[in-house]
Structures are given as structure tokens and as C-alpha cells.
Design a protein around this ligand. Structure first.
Ligand code: DQA
Length: 144
């Protein structure tokens, strides 16, 4: 099984960025922990991060015919990128939306996700475990 992990804008700044909200792990450290889980689940993972909406859309398109699932943290694009939503919808690949922080208990503008409706699940507020649960969810879905 092939799963693409996509991280959106400002997530390359993890470790430095608002550690009280996002924790002290860097994106590389988070990806290493996700990779360990991938080995345990016997799945192949690819990691991608971009600060640019179009690059994220291109990466989602690139998954078509190649990946069985997508785990995406769209960062702030979560709250307004209809274009990323449409890309996920277009490829039809089972996608889980994840967030490190609990977007439902922060500012009102973070409570709305335009991405959620085209995803099979949204997991937030669990730090790196949001990603790990997302992998487990996709793998379990294929077992059924
Ligand atoms: C985030 C939450 C978003 O609201 C924010 O813009 C981010 C990170 C999270 O992982 O908690 O960049 O997606």
C-alpha cells in the first residue's frame, strides 16, 4: 500500500513555530515517527511539504493512479482553499485531513474546514498521533 503524506504552509517551521500550540518536534522528526509507523504497518510512505497552493494541488494530482491514500495537513489552506478541496475530489483517493492542534477549540476562523467534506475522516488535536491515527484508519479501511 502506498500513502502520500502532504504538509501545507508553515509546517516546515515546526519546532520554531508557536511551540506552545504545535509542540517542539520539527517536521523531519514528525516524519521520522510517521515513517516508523509506516514500517510497522508495512506500507510505503512518501512525504511532501509546500508553502504554495498550486504545488499542493499538483502533488494531489500526481497521486492519481499511484497512491492508495493521502494524509494531508493543509495548514491554513484548510480554512479557504476550495482549489485543494477540488483536487482531492478530482482524484477520488481516500484522504484523511489531519491537524496537530485542535482546530475546533481555537479561533473561530479555524473551526471551518472546506477540505473536511471531501475526506473520509478529519483527525485533529493529537500532535503527531493525528498522522499516525490517519495511517491506521486508511490501512483498516482497506482491510474491511
Ligand atoms: C494546523 C492548523 C491550521 O489552522 C494552521 O493554519 C496550521 C496548522 C494544525 O496542524 O494544527 O498551519 O493545520
Amino acid at each position: 500500500m502506498q500513502i502520500q503524506v502532504i504538509n501545507g504552509p508553515n509546517l516546515n517551521m515546526l519546532g520554531i513555530r508557536e511551540p506552545d500550540i504545535y509542540g517542539t518536534l520539527t517536521l523531519n522528526e514528525i516524519n521520522e515517527l510517521i515513517a516508523l509507523k509506516g514500517e510497522e504497518l508495512n506500507i510505503t510512505l512518501d512525504f511532501y511539504q509546500s508553502n504554495h497552493e498550486g504545488n499542493i494541488i499538483d502533488k494531489v494530482h500526481d497521486c492519481y493512479g499511484k497512491k492508495d491514500g493521502i494524509v494531508i495537513n493543509p495548514g491554513a489552506f484548510t480554512h479557504y482553499s476550495i482549489a485543494i478541496r477540488d483536487a482531492i475530489s478530482a482524484v477520488g483517493i481516500p484522504t484523511v485531513e489531519v491537524h496537530l492542534s485542535d482546530i475546533n477549540s481555537r479561533e473561530d476562523f479555524r473551526k471551518k474546514s472546506v477540505i473536511k467534506g471531501v475526506c473520509i475522516k478529519q483527525i485533529c488535536g493529537k500532535g503527531v498521533y493525528s498522522y499516525i491515527e490517519a495511517l491506521e484508519f486508511i490501512v483498516n479501511m482497506f482491510k474491511k
